[in-house]
Design a protein around this ligand. Structure first.
Ligand code: TRP
Length: 456
């Protein structure tokens, strides 16, 4: 049995607590705002099928890899790759890259999350008749206002992370995830009582394969990495707080199914809601091209419009609950982004958790304020750290695990908590995916992205 260093680092209290925390990390803006927008942008159900394939053949194997590296080393990503590398200094670079991606992704994630907070107030103010104040708070281009909500969200994130693993992260996600699911279901039931909703459902379930292209596969893979929280060691870090009794493979399966499930359910709300707004006269699709008018700001531009059209106290309650829901989902994700650099500072520089969280949070807050005023940076950061950064991280993790640390060692670690692993086909199948299928697919996607950059 593999022995691991013991330390006074935190651990998850319960099996379900870990699964909910990892699912909480996965479920976020990516599911409720990103996924439905991408579905609508890419012709509906055909995108969903390709996305499911990406989650299954790349996402799930990489998730198992991250959990395993984390539990084996019980370290942050930098420490983890150092520990497994036999002194090769290059390996730690994978970890440093993850810490950097975490910092930079969080810097714009808190700005968008700040918008969700702001829209809770916008909906309330609109309802009680303070329309011009509502408009100011809902103005996505208002720098000082953005900065205030960004910092507020950053402080919330830091406060949970200072609470540590079981008292902070596990407790928060255990309470928040079920509420999230309940609110989603209520909103879906309501939306289907409105005109136009079934048109949305039609688009959502009937695949149009004429829309499938190389670009669509790129979007689907990028979305899978972002939504499952993969490629930068967030799940290495969460895996580092796991005990030896937990079945890693089973946990990864639950988290993947949960994340995909919530995205599909969120689409069932947002896509019909778009068509309801359209039936109420809001322009959503360009009638000439069939493209979405506002893909990035869809949730923040179009949905409040719909809530206002519903009107009255019902419209307000729908709006407020929707944005609280989005904010909660974002919070359980942002804590995992912050936990990566924080655990790095705690482990590698011997700083106390509280100090580490405020320090790293302060740095992210400063960058977040800059982004609040310069929204163009969001696209730039998304491009460098999400679209390139995460798949690149995933590729390096696969190569490191498959060819340096070796999958046999990883499978030995997985045996703890999964006693009869050798009697299943899991080992050879997973090995095949981690060594060949996943890295090849990611490399292809990255290569075609570079090809596109240089005008190919
Ligand atoms: N998965 C989250 C979402 O869908 C975002 C996120 C949280 C993330 N932690 C991450 C993305 C780590 C990549 C890596 O909104």
């Amino acid at each position: 049995m593999a022995s691991t260093p013991t330390s006074n680092r935190g651990t998850w209290n319960t099996k379900i607590g870990f699964i909910l925390a990892a699912a909480g990390s996965a479920v976020g803006l990516g599911n409720i705002w990103g996924f439905p927008t991408q579905v609508a942008d890419n012709g509906g159900a055909a995108f969903i099928l390709i996305y499911l394939l990406c989650c299954l053949i790349v996402g799930f194997p990489v998730m198992v890899a991250e959990f395993t590296i984390g539990r084996r080393t019980q370290k942050n990503p930098v420490g983890a790759f150092k520990a497994l590398s036999n002194g090769n200094p290059l390996a730690a670079l994978i970890g440093y890259w993850g810490v950097l991606c975490g910092l930079m992704i969080l810097s714009f994630y808190v700005v968008i999350s700040g918008w969700t907070l702001a829209y809770v107030f916008e909906e309330l103010l609109f309802f009680i008749g303070y329309e011009s104040l509502a408009e100011t708070i809902g103005d996505l281009g208002n720098g000082p206002k953005n900065a205030i909500f960004t910092l507020a969200f950053m402080v919330l994130t830091v406060l949970i992370v200072t609470g540590g693993v079981s008292q902070g992260i596990e407790r928060a996600t255990k309470a928040l995830m079920p509420i999230l699911l309940a609110i989603l279901v209520v909103l879906i039931i309501y939306i289907f009582t409105l005109d136009g909703a079934t048109d949305g459902l039609r688009m959502y379930v009937s695949p149009d394969f004429s829309t499938v292209s190389g670009g669509l596969v790129l979007s689907a893979l990028g979305q899978a990495f972002f939504s499952l929280s993969l490629g930068m060691g967030a799940l290495i870090t969460y895996g580092s707080y796991l005990n030896k009794k937990q079945n890693i493979v089973e946990s990864a399966a639950y988290v993947t199914i949960f994340d995909v499930g919530i995205a599909i359910i969120a689409g069932l709300l947002v896509i019909p809601a778009m068509f309801v707004a359209q039936a109420a006269g809001v322009q959503i699709f360009n009638p000439e091209t069939g493209d979405l008018f506002s893909s990035v700001t869809l949730v923040f531009d179009v949905l409040p419009e719909m809530f206002h059209n519903v009107g009255g106290i019902i419209g307000m309650l729908l709006g407020v609950t929707f944005f609280i829901l989005l904010g909660l989902a974002a919070l359980t994700s942002s804590i995992s982004l912050l936990e990566v650099p924080v655990s790095y500072v705690i482990d590698e520089h011997n700083v106390r958790r509280k100090k580490a969280a405020w320090m790293v949070g302060g740095i992210v807050g400063v960058i977040g304020v800059i982004v609040s005023f310069e929204l163009g940076l969001i696209d730039l950061f998304v491009f460098i750290f999400n679209e390139i950064g995460l798949p690149l991280g995933g590729l390096m993790i696969c190569i490191f695990l498959g060819y340096f640390w070796k999958t046999e060692n990883a499978l030995l670690e997985m045996k703890d908590g999964f006693d009869n692993i050798d009697n299943t086909a899991f080992g050879p199948v997973w090995t095949f995916f981690v060594k060949f299928v996943s890295p090849l697919l990611i490399a292809l996607v990255l290569a075609s992205m570079v090809w596109g950059l240089f005008g190919g």
